[in-house]
Ligand binder design. Structure first.
Ligand code: NAP
Length: 331
């Protein structure tokens, strides 16, 4: 059952009048910004998207968010942050922003479209996060959506009890995927394109001690194949020395990083620009962008740290900068 199942019915979107602040995104950055803005009496409206909670909804135990010495489930952490934001006075809507019209002048009123109408607001905090990167190899698209190729082993690991699976990647996410799925699967192949790993050493150590994990380095997945029923059957890997082999697997988890969700900003037709890594370009501390009154926080603007705690910290900083902007440009 969804953790939001018992949430009270939400009122309709406040499309009349001009709001002080809208937070777009419902992950750690968005919730933290909402908490701070609500406490600053900026009456924030949060457009938390359809999949409220961001990437932490796909995460198992989070062991590195301070304050939880035994760790805390990602979805539970997100649920608590949302509750805290609502208790502080934020109005939360499980709606997507579909388009933006940002005005380049300080003190201007920005517009945010949703399927249910347009919000008008003096300030915006962008906290839209990022989405999983694809391998872009033949077979990947066809075998997604429940046919064997997936992007979150932590969510789907029990479905692979007794089966053979592969995990692709060499970062923290890939290690977490391996650790999660190796509790259920018969065998896990970890496929990484280099012979050194960028993940935390402690995670790699844990992976290497799992008896059912086989590590393939200097290896890339070049194609993915189905059986007659249309389900994943093999993943072809090629090694740097030219070798090829077909791994017989029923599941393949792609954990090769994430792409920042900047689509909205990119088509907003304003001075908002992207960095060479396609993150939102910040022009100052506190998530300040080139558009007055528009701030960005979390993975959408961070290509370096991308942690729940850094996203939360960035959400706080953006909210404080936003609060200052609202004071300097009163309605
Ligand atoms: P990441 O650190 O960017 O790692 C992505 C991995 O995928 C890298 O090993 C990369 O290889 C590989 N890769 C990228 N494109 C590929 C391709 N086309 N084909 C094959 N392999 C490819 O991403 P992440 O693991 O999702 O982590 C993102 C951030 O979140 C990091 O800062 C990480 O520390 C953090 N995180 C933390 C935790 C935790 O603390 N518990 C958990 C999850 C994520 P190369 O190494 O060769 O570039």
């Amino acid at each position: 059952m969804s953790i939001w199942a018992n949430a009270p019915a939400v009122p309709s979107l406040p499309t009349d009048g001009v709001l002080d602040a809208v937070v777009v995104g419902g992950g750690p950055a968005g919730w933290t910004a909402a908490i701070y803005l609500a406490r600053a009496k900026a009456s924030p409206v949060v457009l938390a998207g359809g999949a409220v909670g961001g990437q932490l909804m796909d995460t198992g135990i989070v062991e590195n968010f301070p304050g939880f010495p035994q760790g805390i489930d990602g979805p539970e952490l997100m649920g608590r942050m949302r509750e805290q934001a609502e208790n502080a006075g934020a109005r939360v809507f499980t709606r997507e922003a579909t388009a933006l019209r940002l005005v380049p002048d300080a003190g201007g009123v920005h517009e945010i479209d949703t399927a249910e109408g347009t919000l008008r607001t003096r300030s915006v905090v962008f906290a839209t996060g990022s989405s999983p990167r694809r391998l872009d190899v033949p077979g990947e698209a066809e075998l997604g959506g429940g046919n064997g190729v997936a992007y979150c082993a932590v969510c789907e690991a029990p479905l692979f009890a007794g089966k053979d699976v592969a995990v692709v990647g060499g970062g923290d996410s890939a290690m977490e995927e391996v650790l999660a799925v190796s509790k259920h699967a018969r065998r896990v192949h970890l496929v990484h394109r280099r012979d050194t790993f960028r993940c935390a050493p402690v995670l790699l150590e844990r992976v290497r001690t799992r008896p059912n994990v086989q590590v393939h380095t200097d290896a890339v997945v070049t194609s993915i194949h189905a059986d007659d029923s249309g389900r994943l059957a093999t993943a072809r890997i090629e090694t740097r020395n030219g070798g090829t082999c077909d791994l017989s697997v029923q599941g393949l988890f792609v954990a090769i990083g994430h792409t920042p969700r900047t689509e909205l900003a990119a088509k907003a037709g304003t001075a908002l620009s992207l960095t060479p890594t396609d993150h939102l370009h910040l022009t100052g501390s506190g998530g300040v962008t080139a558009v007055p009154g528009v701030f960005a926080a979390g993975d959408v603007a961070d290509d370096l740290f991308r942690q729940a705690i850094t996203a939360a910290g960035a959400g706080c900083a953006a909210a404080l900068a936003c609060q200052r902007y609202l004071e300097e440009h009163p309605a």
